[in-house]
Design a protein around this ligand. Structure first.
Ligand SMILES: Nc1nc2c(c(=O)[nH]1)N[C@H]1C(S)=C(S)[C@@H](COP(=O)(O)OP(=O)(O)OC[C@H]3O[C@@H](n4cnc5c(N)ncnc54)[C@H](O)[C@@H]3O)O[C@H]1N2
Ligand code: MOO
Ligand SMILES: [Mg+2]
Length: 400
């Protein structure tokens, strides 16, 4: 099969999205999950007229008739039932957030009055209705406060709490397994021999998934056909999605494509006109589970994960707010190959408020040393070989 383009690969992957359904969870665990229902106001917001300052509440008519001295009838704190005045010459000392009675309609700050011997004297000009947050002013009972299909943020958990929504319907998450491969890759705890490396792809993938609340399992396999075949077959039964790294290129011990095909995973593509990540292999099991087999180089894994898997996940979870991002390139890049190039860039905002991207030089997809001081891949079109400062291209952010 001919190598396909990035766009074709994206189309194939996004045609394989799945709906994992929904579940109800405590709102305290909902951060980062995808809201599957609208959250509506259970009563007017605010639910009663309330002062926005500490001071006195009066009936404005009295002030308009020329009265400036008001007898303090009572003191009302927040949470108490509202207290009324009996005449236009009385006032209630009232605290921020208390429920105003219908006999008063204007609130004056302590800073703008003098209190002496139980009488409050107003010494500034005031306006009718000032310093009051009116009932229903923000939202009416039943109005939608938060629309479904968005990632639950700290602000949304606060709103849920305020409306007594202690359990929330969220999109169910897929069960994901991360399978890394490579005889030369030892665990982070080990001391590598001169010919070995500590592995990093598994934990990197698991970490990216945590942003969505997915706790993926991770296993590491040797480059051994039988071992890979046995483990991948087992994982296909136990998980909804397989994310694999390594073993997909031309090497004598790159077994993943063969294993997948031998156990009935249908190949949907192998190899994309892109760098990094060219030998990316993608398929689906007989029961339609997607299998992402990323090339082993750490930067290839990172790019393919953000460029293909995350959009697949966001579409599967029906997240609506995933508008593409663009940035202005800050330096010239020449790339003479017929591949779509994804350069690592540092993002910043310039004095015009534009997102700008400065690319860093790296030593290919095995060089993961710049991933921590960059924020995104900038996607440079296949049709061009030179890219100039000031041009605008799509970016794929990996800020967490
Ligand atoms: N003859 C050719 N050789 C290669 C080609 C090609 O087109 N023709 N493509 C190259 C490209 S591009 C890539 S990318 C790699 C992809 O390799 P594999 O997917 O087969 O992965 P491995 O061979 O297993 O490993 C590649 C590289 O990545 C390191 N690695 C693997 N796993 C991990 C891990 N868990 N953590 C960190 N690093 C890992 C591994 O040590 C290798 O250095 O193939 C090229 N070859
Ligand atoms: O495409 Mo490979 O991913 O250059 O390293
Ligand atoms: Mg290989």
């Amino acid at each position: 099969m001919e190598m396909i383009t990035v766009q074709q690969a994206e189309d194939i992957i996004l045609s394989q999205t799945q709906d994992f359904g929904r579940e109800t969870i405590p709102y305290t665990n909902a951060l980062g999950r995808v809201l599957a229902e609208d959250l509506s106001a259970d009563r007017d917001l605010p639910p009663f007229d309330r002062p926005t300052v500490d001071g006195i509440a009066i009936c404005y008519d009295g002030y308009e008739k020329g009265n400036r001295a008001f007898t303090i009838k009572a003191i009302q704190s927040a949470g108490e039932s509202s207290l009324s005045v009996d005449s236009e010459t009385e006032c209630i000392e009232i605290m921020t957030g208390a429920a105003l009675d219908s006999s008063v309609d204007t609130v004056i700050r302590y800073e703008d009055i003098l209190i002496d011997n139980g009488i409050a004297t107003i010494n500034i000009a005031i306006k009718k209705g000032q310093n009051i947050h009116l009932k229903g002013r923000d939202k009416k009972e039943g109005e939608v406060l938060v629309k479904a299909h968005q990632v639950i943020t700290p602000a949304i958990t606060g709103i849920a709490s305020s409306i007594g929504k202690t359990t929330i319907s969220v999109k169910k998450l897929p069960k994901v397994v991360v399978i890394s491969t490579g005889d030369e890759m030892v665990s982070a705890e080990s001391v590598p021999s001169p010919f070995q490396l500590r592995r990093s792809n598994g934990i990197t993938i698991q970490s990216v998934l945590k942003k969505y609340g997915i706790q993926a399992d991770a296993i590491h396999l040797n480059d051994d056909y039988d071992e890979i075949r046995q483990k991948v077959s087992q994982c296909m039964k136990e998980y909804d999605v397989l994310l694999m790294s390594g073993g997909v290129s031309m090497g004598k011990f790159d077994y993943l494509p063969k294993v997948c095909e031998d156990i009935g995973v249908e190949k949907l593509f192998h190899k994309i006109k892109q760098r990094p990540g060219k030998p990316f292999w993608f398929g689906k099991t007989q029961d339609q589970k997607p299998v992402f087999a990323f090339p082993g180089n750490p930067v290839s894994v990172f790019m393919c994960l953000h460029r293909y898997f995350i959009p697949w996940l966001e579409k599967s979870l029906a997240i609506i707010d995933n508008t593409p991002q663009f940035a202005v390139l800050q330096n010239d890049i020449d790339f003479p190959y017929p591949l779509q190039y994804f350069a690592q860039v540092k993002l910043n905002v310039n004095h015009l408020g534009q997102l700008i991207a400065e690319s860093v030089n790296t030593n290919g997809s095995g060089d993961f040393s710049h991933l921590a001081d960059t924020n995104a891949f900038i996607e440079l079109p296949l049709e061009q070989n030179s890219f100039r400062k000031g041009e605008v291209y799509k970016i794929w952010s990996y800020n967490f």
